[in-house]
Design a protein around this ligand. Structure first.
Ligand code: ZN
Length: 417
C-alpha cells in the first residue's frame, strides 16, 4: 500500500504538475498517516467540534473578534533569485490579510447567488516581532541551501537537512518558501502533527504577487489555500468524487476545478447554482479565487477555542505581548473584579433568561452583551430593573457568553431545551 501511495504521488507530481494547480496537502496527509497511524486519531480529535466543551468551564472565553497570527517566513534559496525580497514577502502577508478579512478587491466577482455565503473570517497575519528567544525580529529567516529542490519529505523544515528549523508552532505560523519539486505549489501540515513540521511550505514561484511569483499563481492564493488546510479545511470536493468537505454551506462538487471556469457548472447535484469554483479551497487559478464561506470560517475559528489546536497562538508573545488586537471587552482594573454574585436563570434557557441583581451586585443601568461562540455580538441590552427578562427566542441554539458592563467576569448561557 505504501508503495502504491508513493507511486501515485510520483504520478501525481510528474504527469500533471506543471499544467495545473498542484497542492499536495491531501497526499501528504495520507503519507503521514501511513507512517504514523496515531496521527489519524490526533487529526480526528483536532477536528472535533469544541463548542460544547466551552460551556463546562466558566473561566473560558470565546476567541477574540479578530484573531491575530504571528508569522515567520523561512526563505530557502539555492540561487540568488530565490532569495526573494521583503517586498515580495509583504505582498503575500497583504494578500492573506485581505482574503481572510473579505477585503480582497475581487470579492466583487463573487457570483450573486453565493454572495450571502462569503465570510469575513476575521483572521489577521503579521510577521513576528519577537523570536522564540524574545529577541526583536523581522519575522523573516533567510538561508542559503545546497538543496536544489524540496519535496513532501519535509527536508525544508530542518536546518540539518538543508532547510530551516521551525519556530515553536504553539506561538507562530511557520511558512517555508523555496523551490518545490515536481511543480508543487505547496502543502500544509496535518493537524495534530509534531510541532517540528507544523506549518506550510510554498513554492517561491507561487508566493506573493511580485518577484518570483509566476502566473497563474501570482496572486498569493496558494498561501491563502494552504493556510486554509493548516486551519482544518478540506478541499471543496472533499478529496473524493463528490466527497464531503465537512462544511455545510459549500455545494457538493465532483472534483477539482481547473483554470478559470465561467458560468454555472453543475456536478453532483450542486444545482441550481453549481460548483463554488471561486472558493479558496478549490484548484482554480489565483485570479479566479475569491471567497471563504461562513461555514469554512466557523470551522477555522473553532480551532482557536479553548482546547483547540490553534488556541495557544492567542497567547503568543511573537507580536510583542498578546495575540489579541480587538478584545471582546475592555480590560478591567483587577481591583474591580467581583465574585459571581448575579443570578442567571433558567440555564439552559429555551426562550428567555432572567438576570437578577443581588445586594452586592446592582445591575440596573448596566449594558448586558451576549456573544456567540464565534465571537460575534448577538445581543446587547441595557438592564432597566432588578429582575430583567431578556428574550433569546430569535437566536440559534448553542452556547453564549454573557458579559455585563463593569464586570470583568464572563458567564456562560446555554440557549436550548
Ligand atoms: Zn489544497
Amino acid at each position: 500500500m505504501k508503495h502504491f501511495v508513493l507511486a501515485c504521488l510520483l504520478l501525481y507530481t510528474t504527469c500533471c504538475a506543471y499544467a495545473q494547480r498542484s497542492c499536495a496537502s491531501f497526499e501528504y496527509q495520507q503519507q503521514k498517516i501511513q507512517s504514523d497511524p496515531l496521527l489519524a486519531q490526533r487529526l480526528a480529535k483536532a477536528l472535533t467540534p469544541r463548542h460544547e466543551d466551552i460551556m463546562l468551564n466558566g473561566a473560558d472565553a470565546p476567541p477574540p473578534v479578530i484573531i491575530r497570527i504571528p508569522v515567520v517566513v523561512h526563505i530557502l534559496y539555492n540561487k540568488p533569485a530565490n532569495n526573494i525580497t521583503d517586498v515580495q514577502i509583504r505582498s503575500q502577508i497583504d494578500v492573506l490579510n485581505k482574503d481572510y478579512r473579505k477585503l480582497n478587491s475581487d470579492s466583487v466577482f463573487i457570483p450573486a447567488y453565493f454572495k450571502h455565503l462569503a465570510a469575513d473570517c476575521r483572521i489577521g497575519f503579521e510577521l513576528a516581532k519577537l523570536d522564540p528567544s524574545g529577541k526583536a525580529t523581522t519575522g523573516i529567516v533567510r538561508k542559503s541551501t545546497s538543496a536544489q529542490t524540496f519535496g513532501l519529505d519535509d527536508r525544508i523544515k530542518f536546518t540539518a537537512r538543508g532547510g530551516s528549523d521551525a519556530w515553536d508552532a504553539d506561538s507562530y505560523l511557520n511558512l517555508w518558501v523555496g523551490d518545490l519539486s515536481g511543480g508543487l505549489q505547496g502543502y500544509a501540515s496535518v493537524l495534530g502533527c509534531d510541532k517540528s513540521v507544523d506549518g506550510v511550505a510554498i513554492a517561491a514561484s507561487a508566493f506573493g504577487t511580485t518577484g518570483t511569483a509566476t502566473a497563474p499563481y501570482n496572486k498569493g492564493r496558494t498561501a491563502t489555500h494552504e493556510i486554509g488546510h493548516w486551519l482544518g479545511l478540506r478541499h471543496i470536493w472533499g478529496d473524493a468524487l463528490c466527497g464531503d468537505d465537512q462544511v455545510d454551506d459549500t455545494p457538493p462538487q465532483r472534483s477539482p476545478s481547473r483554470s478559470c471556469p465561467k458560468g454555472v457548472v453543475i456536478s453532483c447535484g450542486s444545482g441550481p447554482y453549481g460548483d463554488m469554483y471561486n472558493n479558496f479551497m478549490d484548484f482554480t487559478d489565483d485570479a479566479c479565487l475569491n471567497l471563504f464561506t461562513t461555514g469554512q470560517r466557523n470551522k477555522m475559528r473553532e480551532l482557536f477555542l479553548p482546547g483547540g489546536v490553534r488556541y495557544s497562538l492567542l497567547s503568543s508573545k511573537g507580536l510583542t505581548g498578546t495575540g489579541i488586537i480587538e478584545p471582546d471587552k475592555p480590560v478591567e482594573d483587577p481591583v474591580r473584579i467581583i465574585q459571581n454574585t448575579i443570578r442567571l436563570y433558567p440555564n439552559p434557557a429555551p426562550i428567555f433568561f432572567t438576570v437578577s441583581e443581588t445586594s452586592e451586585r446592582p445591575l440596573t443601568g448596566k449594558l448586558i452583551t451576549l456573544t456567540n461562540r464565534f465571537g460575534q455580538k448577538t445581543l446587547q441590552k441595557r438592564i432597566t430593573r432588578s429582575n430583567e427578562s431578556i428574550s433569546i427566542q430569535h437566536l440559534p441554539d448553542g452556547v453564549y457568553i454573557i458579559t455585563i458592563e463593569g464586570d470583568a467576569k464572563s458567564y456562560k448561557l446555554m440557549k436550548g431545551q
